[in-house]
Design a protein around this ligand. Structure first.
Ligand code: F6R
Length: 244
C-alpha cells in the first residue's frame, strides 16, 4: 500500500486524474470501476478535461459502476447511475457496450448481481478500482461487519449510510438497501485507488490505516492489497499519528 497526502482537495483531484490518464495510456482497454460521490467529483471533472485537451483515447476502456441505491431509478439525480452518466459516461462519449451500471430498480436483484459478476469476468477482471470511503468505513456498499470475499451482492444499509446518503438527494429519500460490487472484487482488482477528503473523514482514515485490519472497518482491507494507493488531503489525514 502506498499512502500520499496532498495539501488540499484540488491537488488530490489532479493526481487522481493524472493516474487515470496514465492507466489508460499504459493499457488503452483498461477496465475501470468508478465510485460515485462527493470525493471523486473534481478528479473526474479534471480527468474528462484532460482527456479532451490531451486527446487521451478512451474508446477502448470499460467503465463499471461500483454500486447503486436499491429502489432509486437512474433518472433520480441522487442515483449513482445519474452521477456516473453525467460526470464520465457522457463526457467520455462511451457507447453502451463500454460500460455497465447496476440497475437498482431491477425486480430480480440476484440476477442483476450475477450479470455484473459475469460482466466483470467477461472483461478479464478489473484493472483499476477508484473508490471513496464512507463515514463508517464502507467501500461501495460493503458495510461494516459484511464479508471480505463477497462479489456483487445486495445489502441492508447501515444507519450512517442511510443518513449521510441524504446529501445526494433533493428531498428526503428512503434508503434501505444497496447493490454493490464486493470486497472480493476489490481484492482481485489489479490496482486500487482509495480517496479521502475533508475533516469529516479524518477519524475513519485513522481507523482504516492505524487500527486493526478488520471487516468492522471494511476500507482497512486495502492495506492487504498488493497494489493499493491511498490518497488523502491534509484534512482527512489530520488525525493520523504519522503524516511524513
Ligand atoms: C459511492 C460509494 C460510496 C462512497 C462513500 C463516500 O458510489 O461507493 O461508498 O464512496 O460513501 O462518499 P462521499 O465521497 O460522498 O463522501
Amino acid at each position: 500500500m502506498k499512502i500520499q497526502i496532498f495539501d488540499d482537495h484540488t491537488d488530490l483531484a489532479f493526481d487522481v486524474a493524472d493516474m487515470l490518464c496514465r492507466q489508460i495510456a499504459r493499457k488503452p482497454d483498461s477496465v475501470i470501476c468508478f465510485a460515485a460521490g462527493t470525493t471523486p467529483l473534481s478528479a473526474y471533472n479534471i480527468f474528462t478535461t484532460l482527456v479532451e485537451t490531451d486527446a487521451v483515447d478512451c474508446r477502448h476502456i470499460t467503465l463499471i459502476g461500483l454500486d447503486e441505491w436499491v429502489g432509486i431509478p437512474p433518472e433520480n439525480t441522487g442515483s449513482c447511475a445519474w452521477f456516473l452518466r453525467r460526470t464520465l459516461i457522457k463526457p467520455l462519449n462511451l457507447s453502451a457496450d463500454r460500460f455497465r451500471l447496476f440497475d437498482g430498480m431491477s425486480v430480480d436483484l440476484d440476477s442483476e448481481c450475477a450479470l455484473m459478476d459475469e460482466y466483470v469476468s467477461g472483461c478479464g477482471g478489473i484493472d483499476l478500482m477508484v473508490v471513496g470511503i464512507g463515514m463508517n468505513g464502507h467501500i461501495g456498499f460493503n458495510e461494516p461487519g459484511g464479508s471480505p470475499v463477497l462479489r456483487s451482492h445486495v445489502t441492508p444499509l447501515n444507519d450512517v449510510t442511510s443518513t449521510v446518503g441524504q446529501k445526494y438527494f433533493t428531498e428526503k429519500t428512503e434508503l434501505t438497501k444497496g447493490i454493490t460490487l464486493g470486497l472480493g472484487h476489490l481484492q482481485d482488482a489489479a490496482n486500487v485507488i482509495l480517496m479521502a477528503s475533508g475533516e469529516n473523514k479524518a477519524r475513519i482514515m485513522r481507523e482504516t490505516l492505524e487500527g486493526e485490519i478488520s471487516i468492522d472497518v471494511p476500507a482497512s482491507i486495502v492495506r492487504k492489497h498488493r497494489n493499493s494507493h491511498v490518497l488523502m488531503d491534509q484534512a482527512a489525514a489530520s488525525l493520523l499519528s504519522r503524516r511524513d
